[in-house]
Design a protein around this ligand. Structure first.
Ligand SMILES: [Zn+2]
Ligand SMILES: [Zn+2]
Length: 317
C-alpha cells in the first residue's frame, strides 16, 4: 500500500513529515479544524462537495462553510460531510461597515439556515449586491472598459456576484492584465468604476446571527482599522468571538489577538479563509492551528432560539 492520500495535497507539496505517513487521521495531532471557508456559492472556486472532500483528504474533521452573505451551500456541504465524517458547521460571513472606512466582516456559526428573518435579510443583501454590480458595469462602460454583464453573471455561476468576478471579466475583455491590475485601475476602493457596498451596520449583523440562534465572531480583525475601538462597540452588541488564527496572519499578530480575546473573554477561533486552490497560498485549507476546543466553545455559547410559537402538549393524538 502507498501512503495515505492526505499526505500529498493537491498542489503536490508534502504536508506532513514522512514519519507521520504511518499515522491514521484518528491521531489527535492530525485532527484539523477550519472555521472559515468559501465555496462557489460566494467567491470560492470549489463546490461545497469538492470543498468538503478536499477538507476530508487533509484530515479536517470540523469545517465551517462561511460563504459571503449566503447559506445556500450549507445543505450540500453537510450531506457530503455526513458521508465523509466531517462535521460541517453552518456558517456565514456578513459584510458590514461602520460609516466611512474599512469593511467589518462578521462570521456567524451554528446558525439556523432556515430562519425566516435571516433568509429575508440575505435576500435583500443579494439584491443590493446585484444593483451595485450594475452600477460598476455602467461606470466601466463610461471609462472605456466595457464588460458584458451576462459574462460577469456566467463567471459568478450560482455564486453571489462580486468584484473578483468583475475583475475576471475585465481580464477576459483585455482591459486588465490580472486581478491586481483590474482592482488597481478600475474596481479597487476609490478607483473610477468603484461603487461602495450598501452599508450594513455590524450590530445589525450580530443581531441577525443571534436571532438565527448562532454565535457571532469578528473575522480577520486587523482589516477593521482599530481593533479595540471596534470591539468596544461590538462586544456590547453581542459579539462572542475573535478570529485569532487567521490564515494570513503571522505569529506576532496572532499573539496580539489571542491576548485581546483572553482579556475581553472572547472565544479565540481561526480559519484559513480558503477560497480554492491557487488562491493565496497562506490560505491553505486546514492550515490553521484551531482545535475542537474552539468548536465546543462556540457550541456552548449558542444563543437560545426564542420559544416556539406552537403550543406544546396538545399534539400527538
Ligand atoms: Zn472576510
Ligand atoms: Zn472569508
Amino acid at each position: 500500500m502507498g501512503r495515505e492520500s492526505w499526505v500529498v495535497s493537491n498542489d503536490g507539496a508534502a504536508r506532513e513529515p514522512t514519519d507521520d505517513s504511518r499515522l491514521t487521521t484518528h491521531d489527535p495531532r492530525l485532527i484539523r479544524v477550519d472555521l472559515h471557508t468559501h465555496s462557489t456559492w460566494s467567491d470560492g472556486l470549489l463546490s461545497p462537495t469538492a470543498l468538503v472532500e478536499e477538507a476530508a483528504s487533509r484530515g479536517v474533521r470540523a469545517l465551517a462553510l462561511t460563504d459571503h452573505d449566503t447559506v445556500a451551500g450549507i445543505p450540500e456541504a453537510q450531506a457530503t460531510g455526513e458521508r465523509l465524517g466531517v462535521e460541517v458547521i453552518p456558517g456565514v460571513e456578513l459584510s458590514t461597515s461602520l460609516g466611512r472606512g474599512g469593511e467589518i466582516h462578521l462570521l456567524g456559526y451554528f446558525i439556523d439556515i432556515e430562519a425566516p428573518a435571516l433568509l429575508e435579510r440575505l435576500g435583500e443583501y443579494a439584491r443590493a449586491r446585484a444593483e451595485r454590480m450594475e452600477r460598476m458595469i455602467e461606470r466601466l462602460r463610461r471609462v472605456g472598459a466595457p464588460v458584458d454583464p451576462e459574462r460577469v453573471r456566467e463567471i459568478a455561476g450560482h455564486g453571489t456576484m462580486g468584484r473578483p468576478h468583475l475583475a475576471r471579466a475585465l481580464i477576459e475583455a483585455g482591459h486588465a492584465a490580472d486581478l491586481a491590475d483590474a482592482f488597481d485601475r478600475y474596481i479597487g476602493g476609490g478607483k473610477p468604476a468603484y461603487v461602495p457596498r450598501p452599508r450594513v451596520d455590524p450590530a445589525e449583523a450580530i443581531a441577525l446571527v443571534r436571532g438565527a440562534g448562532g454565535v457571532a465572531v469578528l473575522a480577520h480583525p486587523f482589516s477593521v482599522g482599530g481593533v479595540e475601538p471596534v470591539l468596544d462597540r461590538l462586544v456590547p452588541a453581542g459579539l462572542a468571538g475573535l478570529e485569532v488564527d487567521y490564515g494570513e496572519y503571522g505569529p506576532e499578530d496572532r499573539e496580539i489577538l489571542r491576548e485581546i480575546a483572553a482579556r475581553r473573554e472572547l472565544i479565540a477561533t481561526g480559519g484559513s479563509d480558503y477560497h480554492g486552490p491557487d488562491r493565496r497560498t497562506a490560505r491553505e485549507l486546514g492550515s490553521v492551528p484551531v482545535t475542537m476546543a474552539a468548536v465546543e466553545a462556540l457550541r456552548s455559547a449558542l444563543t437560545p432560539l426564542p420559544p416556539s410559537p406552537i403550543p406544546m402538549g396538545e399534539g400527538g393524538r
